[in-house]
Structures are given as structure tokens and as C-alpha cells.
Design a protein around this ligand. Structure first.
Ligand SMILES: Cc1cc2nc3c(=O)[nH]c(=O)nc-3n(C[C@H](O)[C@H](O)[C@H](O)COP(=O)(O)O)c2cc1C
Length: 172
């Protein structure tokens, strides 16, 4: 099955997960910017990876741009964010509000812990984060600014299994 990983993030967390997937399954790996219609042609499975900024998936514009082509393919999406996995409704809402309905419904979605290092952020992202922290209240706001690093290969266990099954079934 011709397969491709396409990802979009800002500071490396999404890229790290995409690279682990690339190493594990030897799938082609492209940033969304580098992936056009030509690269999608003949691809049966597209694994999309995206982080979340202010409630929106980074890869959403790319998906909208290529939605007609993506409609006919098997789609897997991994979402990298600061929202804990148990906040399922909030996480699902990121996907629903960022992607066309018919794509969101078609995707097998995996939610992965992200990374935030305040000192490495661009000035505009620091500003946005500080605004978000103000609205989040004292305790949650403080946590947001303190940063976190939840990026670990073991978070990919379920996605590894899913892809193994998909690729194995197809090889039979
Ligand atoms: C300005 C800013 C806004 C963010 N907005 C959200 C958000 O709305 N929801 C969320 O869960 N995480 C949010 N995050 C956290 C990022 O999604 C998280 O740090 C992610 O790991 C970044 O991955 P990347 O390095 O691949 O871009 C935000 C981070 C920043 C700096």
C-alpha cells in the first residue's frame, strides 16, 4: 500500500512523532508545505500529524486545500497538544472545528502529549500563550507558562499497533 506521513507543527513535537513513525514503518515523510497533489497521487494511506494552536489544528489549511483528493484515501490523524488525553470532548472539538466534516469522520484519530518550552517560543506565540494563561486562571495559567514535555515514543504504542494491522492486512 503506498503510504505517506504528512505533518505540520511549529517547535518540533509533531515532527518528532512523525520521525518515529517514519523510522518504524519506513513510510515517506513530508511536511505539509512540501506535500502537493503530485505527492498525494496514488497514495492509499495518508498519516497526518498536527499540533494545536488556539484551538485549531496547524494542518487544517492543508487538509482543506486537498480535501477532494483525501476523500478517497485511508486517513489516520495524530494530534499533538497540551490538552491531557482524558479531556476527550475538548480534543475531539479541535478536530471537528478544524477539518471538513467528511474528513474528520473518516480519520482514525490519536491524541498525543506535546511539548512546550516557553523560552524557545517566538515572541508572538509567547504573547498568545500569556493571553491564554490570563483567561485560564491562576493555577492553570501558571501551569501553561511553566511548560511541559510529554513527548515520548511510548505514546505511539496504539498508533503503531493500528498501522501494523493496516499495513499487514493489506500485505496479505
Ligand atoms: C500560543 C500557543 C497556543 C497553544 N494553544 C493550544 C490549544 O489551544 N490547545 C492545546 O491543547 N494546546 C495548545 N498549545 C500547546 C501546543 O499544541 C503544544 O505545545 C504542542 O506540543 C506543540 O507542538 P509543535 O512543537 O509540533 O508545534 C499552544 C501552545 C502555544 C505556544
Amino acid at each position: 500500500m503506498k503510504s505517506l506521513i504528512v505533518y505540520q507543527g511549529r517547535y518540533g513535537a509533531t515532527q518528532q512523532y512523525a520521525e518515529w513513525l517514519h523510522q518504524k514503518f519506513a513510510l515517506n515523510l513530508l511536511t505539509a508545505t512540501a506535500c502537493g497533489e503530485e505527492q498525494l497521487k496514488d497514495t492509499e494511506l495518508v498519516v497526518m500529524g498536527s499540533s494545536v494552536y488556539i484551538g485549531k489544528l496547524e494542518i487544517s489549511n492543508w487538509v482543506k486545500q486537498h480535501s477532494a483528493t483525501l476523500r478517497g484515501k485511508k486517513l489516520v490523524l495524530f494530534v499533538v497538544s497540551g490538552t491531557p488525553k482524558d479531556q476527550t470532548e475538548k480534543l475531539r472539538q479541535y478536530v471537528r472545528s478544524s477539518l471538513p466534516d467528511f474528513i474528520a469522520e473518516k480519520c482514525d484519530v490519536y491524541y498525543l502529549d506535546g511539548r512546550l518550552v516557553y523560552n524557545k517560543l517566538l515572541r508572538k506565540d509567547r504573547f498568545m500563550l500569556r493571553m491564554g494563561a490570563l483567561f485560564a486562571g491562576k493555577v492553570n495559567g501558571h501551569k501553561m507558562l511553566a511548560g511541559y514535555d510529554g513527548v515520548k515514543e511510548e505514546n505511539l504504542a496504539d498508533l503503531y499497533q493500528h498501522l501494523e494491522e493496516m499495513l499487514y492486512q493489506h500485505a496479505l
